[in-house]
Write a protein that binds this ligand. Structure first.
Ligand SMILES: *[C@@H]1O[C@H](CO)[C@@H](O)[C@H](O)[C@H]1NC(C)=O
Ligand SMILES: *[C@@H]1O[C@H](CO)[C@@H](O)[C@H](O)[C@H]1NC(C)=O
Length: 130
């Protein structure tokens, strides 16, 4: 019985570590690359942060890093506008991304904005232009 209890406690400690490494209070970074010929203009904000307007030229990126808060409410949304289309999208959402990516890559393409999970070169999110 003692052993079982020990195992359960150990498991929780292990899970706690895993969550601390991957999830809340960890650091994350967003990078939005451009793969379109026209300039991309991007303006990102969170509840308390306005990151201002930036221009991304082809093959370059705009990015920033931040701490993911404990209750996983961290949210950054961006207005992205190109000659191919525009839209406003949730670019970092802790509930979706805390365990999805540490360096959250996005690629602006002619058909919209593609998001990549850590270690994947096939996008798992596709935001079409509005
Ligand atoms: C970048 O754009 C080119 C030309 O439109 C396309 O062939 C290529 O697949 C794109 N790269 C990625 C990573 O999607
Ligand atoms: C694209 O952005 C760069 C850097 O801001 C600027 O120098 C260039 O003139 C822009 N090109 C166009 C076509 O707007």
């Amino acid at each position: 019985m003692k052993h079982v209890l020990f195992l359960i406690v150990a498991l929780f400690l292990f899970l706690g570590e895993a969550i601390a490494i991957n999830g809340p209070l960890s650091k994350a970074e967003v990078r939005v690359y451009s793969n379109v010929t026209s300039n991309v203009s991007i303006h990102c904000k969170s509840k308390d942060d306005d990151l201002g307007e930036h221009v991304i030229t082809r093959f370059n990126f705009y990015g920033w890093s931040f701490k993911v808060n404990l209750v996983e409410t961290t949210l950054y949304f961006c207005d992205i506008s190109t000659q191919n289309g525009r839209g406003a999208y949730d670019i970092y959402k802790a509930r979706r991304d805390a365990n999805r990516c540490h360096i959250c890559l996005w690629q602006v393409e002619v058909d919209g904005v593609h998001g990549y999970r850590d270690g994947n070169n096939v996008p798992d999110i596709w935001f079409k232009w509005n």
